[in-house]
Design a protein around this ligand. Structure first.
Ligand code: GLN
Length: 513
């Protein structure tokens, strides 16, 4: 199909699915967009495309800066904010010939809710300010899937990007993943969601939530498209101090390639797939557990071997994440004071402190304020030892667990000698989420623990900075199916740091099962 026809189809889908509120801004300069599209179409017809993603329509999560459209992070404090510069990754996409399809909806600054409905009621949280990409100044994002006519959650916080891809409103979308925000919505909407190793993709121009965890990820219909977008956006960026320099990337590539060459030469080129028993939680819905088992079974039939292993710190990972992420957020969000950044409150009387308080009071949502308070508290002299420092220690344990499990040594850490599990697995396979997407209306009544633990399976890989992807596997039995209900479950692939290629290879195997 020509690029022009494909784009027309995306626009028609944007119109049809308007009420799902995936997009919050369309491309500003329509004439320029049309011109770029025409040019890409001609290049494609003449077989001189700039890259594999030339002419692709890519949606951008609204916490990633573009210059034509506003960048709001779905927050009132940035409503109407225009960045003076684009994110490096946006520049890279454009240089590869891709077209920006618009900006997508998210949970405010990427933060879903963590408080129970009863707590929420007692502190009078606005009913609409809840998670699953529903915690937004815009309308809540809605999944294409419904249950008995009730809209399902699209997952958060990159829910807008996920729905835009799942409903064909664009070809691919960028999201950000701090604790699971690309993988969870991918799982809930039946598409793939890839989170790269920390430091491979530039964060320059990406609004920071928790720097040590933030990554930019890709949401796509399949892993091959996601791979070409990842190839286009990765690379060293001197403007991002956490971006890995080229020499380190080369070292990592060599390390990973050596291992893979050894694997190819060995008598069994099959993969050793790790199954961590801590991920088989009580809360796992039977349909999710069945999909997990079935996928493992099929992989075994292909000749891969399955190894049950233990990642003992998993149980503490979620608690550590919800100390560390808010702590970093409290520092990052201090700049939204109405002077350096953010919409200034109309109440300008009094001292700066009054202005700051009025600006933040009016501009930030309840969940964001809670994170800032929680983070400021855990960093305070009285609490830092008991909370922040302990959480950092847990983070080390989580990293250590993964290092013990993977055959491949972490390329950036000193060799720590053999452990009992070392050498065991090449890749880890778990479900992405414990359940199918809940209905949005049920979020109000949800068991608080269930809501709190939506990210429980995705957070460990984030704490360890590892590459990870959610890939949909079918759960339909081929019988009469209500196409409106979810018919896939997300499987999460996790690999050693720098082994992003193996994640894509594994995703391809799972997609072909
Ligand atoms: N739901 C998690 C949070 O609110 C994950 C967010 C993310 O990955 N951006 O912190």
């Amino acid at each position: 199909m020509s690029l022009l026809r494909k784009a027309e189809r995306c626009f028609a889908n944007q119109h049809t699915h308007k009420l799902l509120t995936a997009f919050v801004a369309a491309p500003k300069d329509v004439a320029l967009f049309q011109q770029d599209l025409q040019a890409a179409d001609e290049r494609s017809k003449e077989g001189r495309g700039k890259s594999p993603i030339d002419g692709q329509l890519i949606a951008i999560k609204d916490n990633i800066c573009t210059t034509e459209e506003p960048t709001t992070c779905s927050s009132a404090i940035l409503n109407g904010f225009h960045s003076p510069y684009p994110a490096t990754i946006v520049e890279k996409l454009k240089a590869a010939g891709a077209l920006i399809a618009g900006k997508t909806n998210l949970d405010e600054f990427g933060m879903g809710y963590i408080f129970s409905p009863s707590t929420a009621a007692s502190i009078k949280i606005d009913r609409h300010h809840r998670s699953h990409s529903t915690n937004s100044i815009y309308e809540a994002v809605k999944n294409i899937y419904t249950q008995n006519g009730d809209a399902l959650s699209a997952g958060g916080s990159s829910g807008g990007s996920a729905v835009a891809v799942a409903t064909g409103q664009c070809d691919v979308a960028l999201g950000t993943d701090t604790g699971g925000s690309v993988r969870l919505p991918a799982a809930y909407t039946g598409i793939v969601g890839f989170k790269p190793s920390y430091g491979l993709v530039s964060r320059w121009g990406v609004v920071a939530y928790a720097n040590s965890l933030d990554t930019v990820g890709v949401l796509a219909k399949n892993s091959s498209i996601a791979r070409s977008v990842f190839d286009a956006i990765k690379g060293y960026d001197p403007r991002d101090p956490t971006s890995l320099p080229t020499s380190t990337r080369l070292k990592i590539d060599k390390h990973v390639t050596n291992r893979r060459a050894k694997l190819q030469r060995s008598s069994s080129p099959s993969l050793r797939i790790g199954v961590p028993r801590e991920y088989n939680t009580e809360e796992l819905q039977p349909i999710v557990r069945e999909a997990w088992l079935k996928t493992l079974q099929k992989l075994r039939e292909l000749g891969h071997t399955i190894h049950v292993l233990s990642l003992p710190a998993t149980k503490m990972a979620l608690a550590a994440y919800y100390i560390l992420a808010p702590a970093e957020a409290s520092s990052n969000l201090a700049k939204y004071d109405g002077i350096r950044y953010g919409n200034k409150s109309a109440d300008r009387e009094g001292t700066d402190n009054v202005l700051f308080a009025a600006t933040r009071g009016a501009g930030l949502g309840d969940e964001v304020k809670r994170r800032i308070l929680l983070g400021s508290y855990s960093l305070s002299a009285a609490a830092i030892d008991n909370y922040f420092i302990k959480a950092q220690k847990v983070r080390r344990l989580v990293q250590g667990d993964f290092n013990n499990a993977f055959a491949l040594r972490h390329p950036l850490l000193p060799h720590q000698g053999q452990s009992s599990q070392e050498g065991q697995v090449d890749i880890i396979l778990t479900p992405t989420a414990q359940s199918l997407p809940p209905t949005i209306s049920s979020l109000d009544k949800a068991d608080p623990l269930q809501a709190y633990s939506a990210d429980v399976l995705t957070v460990p890989a984030s704490l360890a900075g590892l590459p990870s992807m959610s890939v949909p596997v079918s759960v339909s039995d081929g019988g009469s199916q209500d196409l409106k209900e979810p018919n896939t479950v997300g499987m999460q692939i996790v690999a050693q740091y720098g082994d992003d290629d193996l994640v894509f290879d594994m995703a391809w195997v799972i997609e072909s099962l």
